[in-house]
Design a protein around this ligand. Structure first.
Ligand code: SF4
Length: 277
């Protein structure tokens, strides 16, 4: 099977760092607790769980006196404080780029801007960002930007790190007419942009794309959506075993892309399977 792999693709700096921190913590502690999935990849979380990772729904369920890990997507200020208060040891896996968004959100809030976050309302990173704002904040997705009717005094926009640049530009251009003053921080992570650009290049040269990554991964979803926007046949899988050989049969060349939270071993399994066909 002819296939070409997007470049760059797969694990981003922040998730690779979080996995390495977790592996080290699991060597030093019998078990390590995390509130919510520490990495948006179910197969990697399962592997780490076999080494002693324990995932709880929230910080409240983490027992006191234990070792705890803060996910790459970060926590709200309140959750962070609760964790540090009750745990024996806290390993902070918050990606520095996510930390930067949290700091910018707090700064805008302090300076009297209405904070508007481009992102997915239910995403842990967005919840964490909102948890650094004391005043009112609004989360918007690109498709509902047009519903914004209210006028605001001062608006500060920032973005979840994995959103699309075009959506941020679209939001800023709409909000500029609804405010006296607009401050925009492009907090979309470079790793995200580079992976999205590499998929666009790939999409121009292939007839179909396989995207591998967690169904709960926002950056993987963005790669799927970009590929679909080129009118390609796109398969979104979490592991090589899900790839149906029948679907591959009539394809001459396919592109392969992996989300920023997809570990190397899953990408390698996929390319090994494609090489055998
Ligand atoms: S996508 Fe960027 S911000 Fe998010 S974890 Fe990876 S490096 Fe950090």
């Amino acid at each position: 099977m002819n296939f070409v792999i997007a470049n760059p693709t797969g694990l981003c700096f922040g998730v690779r760092r979080a996995i390495e921190q977790l592996e080290l913590a699991l060597r030093e502690n019998k078990s390590v607790y995390a509130a919510g999935s520490p990495i948006h990849n179910p197969q990697e979380v399962e592997r780490l769980s076999r080494l002693g990772l324990k995932v709880t729904p929230s910080v409240a369920e983490i027992p006191g006196g234990t070792a705890a890990f803060i996910r790459a997507h970060g926590l709200s200020r309140g959750e962070d404080a609760e964790l540090r208060e009750k745990c024996r040891k806290v390993i902070d896996g918050t990606c520095p780029f996510v930390r930067n968004v949290q700091k910018k959100a707090a700064e805008l809030d302090r300076e009297g801007y209405k904070v508007i976050v481009l992102g997915d309302f239910d995403h842990p990173e967005v919840k964490g960002i909102l948890g650094h704002v004391d005043g009112d904040a609004l989360v918007v997705k690109s498709e509902n930007c047009i519903n914004l009717r209210a006028r605001f005094g001062k608006i500060g926009i920032l973005s979840q790190t994995t959103q699309k640049e075009a959506d941020l530009a679209d939001l800023a251009s709409k909000l500029v007419f609804l405010t006296e003053e607009l401050r925009v921080y492009n907090t979309i992570c470079r790793a995200t942009v580079e992976r999205q650009e590499s998929v666009k290049k790939l999409a121009e040269n292939v007839g179909a794309v396989v995207v591998i990554g967690g169904k709960n991964s926002a950056n993987t979803r963005a790669l799927v959506e970009i590929s679909q926007s080129f009118g390609l046949d796109v398969k979104w899988i979490e592991s090589a075993g899900e790839l149906d050989e029948g679907w591959l049969r009539d394809k001459n060349e396919i592109g392969v892309a992996a989300g920023g939270s997809t570990p190397d071993w899953l990408v390698n399994d996929l390319t090994a399977k494609l090489s055998r066909l």
